[in-house]
Design a protein around this ligand. Structure first.
Ligand code: PEP
Ligand code: MN
Length: 363
């Protein structure tokens, strides 16, 4: 596995300011639709790249699967008449050949394509030593290694203009969002590969235009370097993803409102912050000491259970523990989901210790 990617940052290949803003319709639908959207986007400061899908990966057949090659002349007009760099999604070597023949500036690989190492290999082979930027979305399910593996394949093919896009992860849990952001995954990606540009796609996380602004703000607060947002002149008539697309005017309003951050070293080393960080460090150690104490008690319980051939997991006891945590946590003003996740992790480790399961390992 690579320790580092060989990357050319977007500031060097597009005239973009920070945050990098990519905007445009989910799908190319008609010449008028893409041109109208692009002209309106041109009036919004900060938008540097126009996105739109020609081939749409739809869950069910028989739905609108994209305008396909027919849309190339329309995107050519967008390029010529607005000066935007134009990005399309590619999910197959044939799409890449067509996009390259039609002078598309930037390619992106979608969440459903990233999950297949076979397809990613074929895509990497076609891209070998091409100078075209490639944006790589996270896979639909939360596997950071799969995301990194896809980036590796493209980077190993000699493509250096790469940006990772965080678009959230499929989840069976019910939520108001279409995809679970699982912010810890993009944070971990950035921790491992600080030079890999990382932007957020709040449209596919939200699934609903109501949340675009707050998800965008959260992404920028976490240090993401840009946003890819779906924009349509008439979102309610869009052929795909109509609930999450916003108008160009709305995009302008959101970009005006959201706070962007400058890295200010003086602020980051503020003496008050240093003092508070020291206190947090102390609390962290206390939490670890208490956890160690808890696991010691678990070991004692395990011995008794083994001796008397009692089952390790007792659902009633687990339910009591869970309720105890949730009730106590709530009286202390803590989020219920956070408390549940925390005790679930602690409980999982307790069970693992009692049954001597090996630590989770990955191929
Ligand atoms: C898209 O950007 O329109 C798209 C299909 O995205 P994703 O691959 O994130 O679902
Ligand atoms: Mn879409």
């Amino acid at each position: 596995m690579k320790n580092n990617f060989d990357i050319i940052p977007p500031e060097q290949w597009c005239k973009c300011t920070r945050p990098l803003i990519i905007a445009g319709p989910c799908s190319v639908e008609s010449e008028k639709q893409v041109l109208d959207t692009a002209f309106q986007l041109k009036k919004i400061p900060g938008v540097s790249i126009f996105r739109s899908g020609l081939w749409k990966p739809r869950t069910h057949p028989g739905t609108f699967e994209g305008i396909k090659d027919k849309g190339f002349p329309w995107l050519k007009k967008v390029k010529e008449e607005t000066g935007f760099l134009v990005a399309v999604e590619v999910g197959h070597p044939d799409h890449i050949r067509a996009a390259l023949e039609n002078n598309i500036d930037i390619l992106w690989i979608g969440a459903r394509t990233i999950v297949s190492p076979f397809v990613m290999n074929d895509i990497a082979n076609i891209l070998k030593d091409r100078d075209i930027p490639v944006l790589i979305k996270n896979p639909v399910y939360p596997d950071i290694e799969l995301w990194i593996g896809a980036i590796e394949r493209i980077n190993n093919a000699g493509v250096k203009k790469i940006i990772a896009i965080h678009r959230g992860f499929h989840s069976y849990e019910k939520s108001c969002l279409r995809n679970n952001p699982l912010w810890e995954i993009p944070i971990e990606l950035k921790r491992r590969y600080p030079n890999l540009p990382l932007i957020c796609d709040p449209s596919h996380i939200s699934g609903n235009r109501e949340y675009i602004e707050s998800i965008s703000q959260q992404a920028l607060d976490l240090g993401m370097e840009g946003l890819m947002i779906e924009v349509h002149t008439k979102p309610e008539f869009a052929l795909t993803d109509k609930h999450q697309q916003i108008t160009p005017i709305k995009l302008g309003e959101i970009l005006n409102k959201i706070r962007t951050h400058k890295i200010n070293p003086q602020f980051h080393n503020h003496p008050d912050l240093d003092k508070l960080r020291k206190e947090i460090e102390q609390v962290d150690f206390e939490i670890l000491d208490l956890l160690a104490k808890r696991f010691d008690l678990v070991e004692s319980i395990a011995k008794i259970k083994r001796k008397h051939k009692l089952s390790i997991f007792q659902v009633k006891k687990w339910e009591e523990t869970l309720n105890r945590w949730v009730i106590k946590g709530e009286t202390m003003g803590m989020d219920q989901n956070f408390i549940k996740n925390l005790i679930q992790q602690v409980h999982k480790e307790s069970i693992r210790r009692q049954s001597n399961f090996p630590e989770n390992t990955k191929e």
